[in-house]
Design a protein around this ligand. Structure first.
Ligand SMILES: CCCCCCCCCCCCCCCCCCCC(=O)SCCNC(=O)CCNC(=O)[C@H](O)C(C)(C)COP(=O)(O)OP(=O)(O)OC[C@H]1O[C@@H](n2cnc3c(N)ncnc32)[C@H](O)[C@@H]1OP(=O)(O)O
Ligand SMILES: NC(=O)C1=CN([C@@H]2O[C@H](COP(=O)(O)OP(=O)(O)OC[C@H]3O[C@@H](n4cnc5c(N)ncnc54)[C@H](OP(=O)(O)O)[C@@H]3O)[C@@H](O)[C@H]2O)C=CC1
Length: 550
């Protein structure tokens, strides 16, 4: 059930009763549009992907800024030997939830994990849970997806497209659903240069693809994948585009919002600056560069680096949930798409990112760096290959030799091979520019009250990039690598040691090369004697002139 005609929404935390306005908008008793927190008060929210990077931030923000929310139903699967209850309880112990814990130590009572494996028929939700969800859920946030770029097509299709379809089917059975918010990606249409806030025709009819891949062997699917994905770089962007199409097709029956974030990075402000918990996208690149492992990468210095802080995405998502729900009766039957990007509003470039990442890691070095952080980006393929040879493969070879000689297992070459694979998958995104229209983001902002604009801030014009990048790098150190800030003096000392090793190594190498050269070439010997005699002459002249002046 959806697009219900009558609805009395439970009163908000402020005690403000809400009702349907003439236009179908939910309004306060005074006729003004209800605030975001007031809207979520008393609501039952269903979230997929809550254990992921963005899902966690969404759960945290809902609990902190909408404290009167009724219940958060999280679709979670057991994983790595942990039950779903253990996983959710571990998640709530995470530092990210410190502020919520402070405000409301009993916040866990609002969280109800529901066992679900999204790739299974009917999402593997038990009939009792289906009953419970269909009778009370008011808003769905669909965050779950596989975001791996190397995911086999069948699996990416199963999770990103088929599970989305199944969730939409479930949503249609819900008696009180007011909004379905789907998290897509700004790169779903990365085969286009200019991307509007519309759903583009899918590269293929999703149902036909699902039906035809069903009977095919995995090896055949692997072989035809490049032809199927065509001008998209990976199965991720391809299946996310198909998912958008599947979602849009339900928009005559459901009130739908689609959020398209660009490259989601660490938090900007909330719950604290720099929160990040994974190696995805730029985070892995920053860490590898900070550890002195990554020294070169193909990227365009002048291309816009469309990073967007995770808290901005989540604030926009919650605001879009509110907007979709309160306008559900007045919407035309089409999903509203929000391109959630920074490039058109407050652009920053990969060259600038490189500069700030490097200087930040020099001020706040990571522990036990392999070499001093000194990475460069270049758009020139040959130049990049040269630096890979000199700055990656050669040092890896020497280090592995050292490990072998000291009786340890060589590992550096293996690490570099994995790094090159990962970087190779990212280069498509760092070597070119896209232009996103983000009018709906501005439109949404204009509908927010001044208070909501502060509480659910997604105004990226205020973002100070150098400060953000500094906090991002510190965040990778503290929250991804679990390193202590008090160890910075020791890390700096380690970098000084590495610098001295490099000077010594370079000097020895120079002397060695020269000696080899001299032994083999008469001309090199002549040059050598000439330079040495010139030095002696200069020295004696210097001595003689200083004796005269004394
Ligand atoms: C030169 C420096 C200066 C900096 C300036 C220039 C910066 C340019 C940066 C460019 C970044 C561009 C990013 C664009 C992304 C845009 C995409 C659109 C956005 C989205 O919609 S989705 C989000 C993006 N998705 C991803 O990023 C996923 C990409 N990752 C993958 O596809 C796979 O992880 C990958 C890379 C194929 C690797 O697979 P695999 O080898 O199987 O490894 P695992 O993922 O299973 O990881 C195993 C293990 O290793 C840890 N790990 C992963 N990466 C790193 C790393 N870089 N460093 C250290 N450790 C890493 C991982 O956490 C796992 O650990 P476990 O303990 O969990 O086993
Ligand atoms: N990160 C980014 O840069 C961007 C992300 N996005 C989109 O945002 C959304 C969230 O991304 P992000 O948080 O980064 O991704 P994560 O990989 O961190 O999280 C993915 C979530 O999906 C869940 N999930 C995956 N497979 C299944 C399954 N079979 N059954 C149940 N749950 C499953 C994971 O659960 P589990 O913990 O059990 O694995 C996890 O909670 C995605 O839709 C992504 O496309 C869009 C643009 C950029």
């Amino acid at each position: 059930m959806i697009r219900e005609r009558s609805c009395i929404v439970k009163a908000g935390g402020t005690g403000r009763a809400t009702q349907m306005g003439k236009t179908g908008e939910e309004t306060g008793a005074d006729g003004s549009m209800v605030s975001i927190a007031d809207y979520y008060a008393g609501k039952n929210v269903l979230i997929t992907g809550a254990t992921g990077f963005m899902g966690k931030v969404l759960v945290e923000k809902l609990l902190r800024s909408c404290p009167e929310v009724q219940t958060l139903y999280l679709l979670v699967r057991p994983k790595a030997g942990q039950s779903m209850h253990e996983r959710v309880s571990d998640m709530m112990k995470c530092k990210l939830f410190d502020r919520v814990r402070e405000d409301n130590p009993d916040f866990h009572q609002k969280i109800v994990p529901i066992s679900s494996e999204l790739t299974q028929p009917a999402l593997a939700i038990s009939p009792e849970d289906v009953e419970r969800l269909t009778s009370c859920v008011n808003i769905i946030f669909h965050c779950a997806a596989t975001i791996r770029f190397d995911e086999p097509l069948k699996h990416a299709l199963q999770l990103n497209v088929m599970a989305t379809q199944q969730l939409l089917n479930l949503a249609q059975q819900m008696h009180h659903l007011q909004a379905f918010i789907h998290i897509s990606t700004a790169y779903a249409n990365c085969n286009r240069r200019h991307i509007d806030e519309i759903i583009y025709p899918p590269p293929v009819e999703p149902k036909k693809l699902i039906d035809s891949l069903e009977w095919m062997e995995d090896s055949i699917v692997r072989d035809i994948t490049p032809r199927l994905i065509g001008d998209r770089p990976n199965t991720y962007t391809y299946t996310k585009a198909l998912a958008e199409c599947v979602v849009q097709r339900e928009s005559s029956k459901l009130s739908i919002g689609i959020i398209r974030p660009s490259i989601v990075g660490a938090s900007w402000q909330e719950p604290f600056p720099g929160w990040i918990d994974n190696f995805n996208g730029p985070s892995g690149v920053f860490i590898a560069a900070g550890k002195g492992i990554l020294r070169t990468m193909r990227a365009n210095n002048d291309a816009v680096a469309d990073l967007i802080p995770v808290d901005v995405v989540i604030n926009l998502t919650l605001a879009a949930g509110w907007y979709t729900a309160v306008h559900r009766l007045t919407f035309p039957p089409a999903a509203l798409v929000y391109n959630c990007t920074t490039g058109g509003i407050n652009p920053f470039h990969w060259g600038e990112i490189e500069h700030h990442v490097m200087s930040s890691f020099k001020r706040n070095p990571l522990e036990q760096a392999f070499r001093r952080p000194n990475a460069n980006i270049t758009s020139n393929y040959l130049m990049n290959q040269y630096w890979i040879l000199v700055s990656h493969k050669f040092p890896a070879l020497i280090y592995d030799l050292y490990l072998r000689l000291s009786g340890q297992k060589p590992q550096m070459m293996r690490i570099f091979n994995r790094l090159h694979k990962a970087i190779g998958l990212l280069e498509y995104f760092s070597s070119q520019d896209w232009e996103w229209n983000s009018e709906n983001m501005n439109m949404l902002m204009s509908h927010l009250s001044p208070e909501d604009r502060k509480t659910f801030n997604f105004d990226v014009r205020q973002l100070n990039w150098p400060e953000y990048i500094e906090n991002y790098c510190i965040g990778t150190k503290k929250y991804v690598l679990n390193e202590d800030m008090s160890d910075i003096p020791a890390a700096k000392q380690h970098l000084r040691k590495l610098r001295n090793i490099r000077y010594t190594f370079n000097t020895l190498l120079l002397v060695f090369i020269w000696r080899v050269f001299i032994a083999r070439s008469q001309m090199a010997r002549n040059i050598w004697y000439f330079v040495v005699s010139l030095c002696f002459k200069f020295l004696s002249y210097f001595r003689a002139s200083s004796t005269l002046t004394n």
